[in-house]
Design a protein around this ligand. Structure first.
Ligand SMILES: NC(=O)c1ccc[n+]([C@@H]2O[C@H](COP(=O)([O-])OP(=O)(O)OC[C@H]3O[C@@H](n4cnc5c(N)ncnc54)[C@H](OP(=O)(O)O)[C@@H]3O)[C@@H](O)[C@H]2O)c1
Length: 269
């Protein structure tokens, strides 16, 4: 994969996270990554990675085959109009913009352009992200396979129908914030009982990571793992009863539904 050339139009937080993961895994060489943005605000990070940078979006098309669109969603239509004349059948265009559909991408690019959509989440920054990808009508098996290899250092990467992208936003994109709130509540519970906050915060995060790792590594249903922690009349079942009284499960299900519905609503605007 040494000669693969990857471009980023938009060089913000998510573009840098994806580029950094690719570099850490050695999937692409830094000299073969080119990022563009109108200002120097974010390009320094790419320069720190030894990647090339430019203020001209078209230069990215001229120098890369895999082109990630990583601007804010409302900028995407103008970027597509700008780059469309330079897009060739060799390019693979991958948008990470929330709410911008494959149909919009295909309509604004030349007919037959290989287009894919990805939806990453913030932990891609620490190579533990969850990404869903959906392919457009002209993207082939090989394009998907290559993209998956490129993105694998970011974390989990699953192909899915485009309709799952908004659900992924409700589950995982926004989901990280629900987990942070839960982590904060765990730590504050321990603080209330007398443990220093810094220690409680560290242990809460490790508890979340360990529990998540067991779900992934054992493949067990979370309910099975949960019941294995409960001894009759013990501490855990007393605590779980409190969580049930607070409707934890219904509240979290409502949260996923609310964020998914909002993502669908924003996608229609
Ligand atoms: N952050 C997340 O957790 C997350 C999760 C999933 C998906 N996404 C998607 O990822 C995309 C990027 O998000 P982000 O958080 O990385 O945004 P960001 O940090 O604000 O970065 C946006 C980048 O786009 C550049 N830009 C603005 N106008 C441009 C133009 N006309 N041509 C080229 N580049 C232009 C900006 O340039 P300057 O550097 O000059 O300001 C900046 O580098 C969004 O579409 C978002 O929906 C983000």
């Amino acid at each position: 994969m040494e000669k693969l050339r990857v471009g980023f139009i938009g060089a913000g937080r998510m573009a840098a996270a994806v580029a950094q993961a690719m570099l850490l895994a050695g999937e692409v060489q830094a000299v073969n990554i080119l990022a563009s943005a109108p200002s120097d605000r974010n390009l320094g990070k790419f320069q720190d990675f030894d990647c090339k940078t430019t203020h001209r979006n078209l230069e990215v098309l001229e120098n890369s085959t895999f082109v990630f669109l990583a601007t804010k969603p409302h900028i995407i239509p103008s970027v597509l109009r700008e780059i469309a004349p330079a897009v060739t059948p060799d390019h693979v265009v991958i948008s990470m913009a929330a709410g911008v559909t494959l149909q919009t991408l295909e309509e604004l690019l030349p007919a037959g352009t290989k287009v894919l959509r990805i939806m990453p989440n913030l932990p891609c920054v620490v190579q533990s992200g969850a990404i869903i990808l959906a392919r457009g009508t002209s993207a082939g098996e090989q394009d998907v396979a290559l993209l998956k290899t490129l993105l694998s250092p970011c974390g989990l990467c699953e192909e899915a129908p485009e309709s799952y992208i908004d659900i992924h936003t409700g589950l995982s994109g926004s989901g990280v914030a629900y987990v942070y709130m839960f982590a904060e509540a765990l730590s504050e519970g321990a603080l209330k009982m007398g443990m220093p906050w810094a220690m409680a915060n560290k242990i809460a995060a490790q508890t979340l990571m360990g529990a998540a790792k067991m779900i992934l590594e054992t493949g067990e249903h979370p309910a099975v793992l949960r019941s294995s922690v409960c001894t009759p009349g013990g501490t855990t079942i007393h605590a779980l009863h409190e969580l049930e009284k607070g409707s934890l499960r219904a509240t979290v299900m409502n949260a996923v539904e609310a964020a998914t519905s909002r993502a669908r609503e924003l996608g229609k605007k």
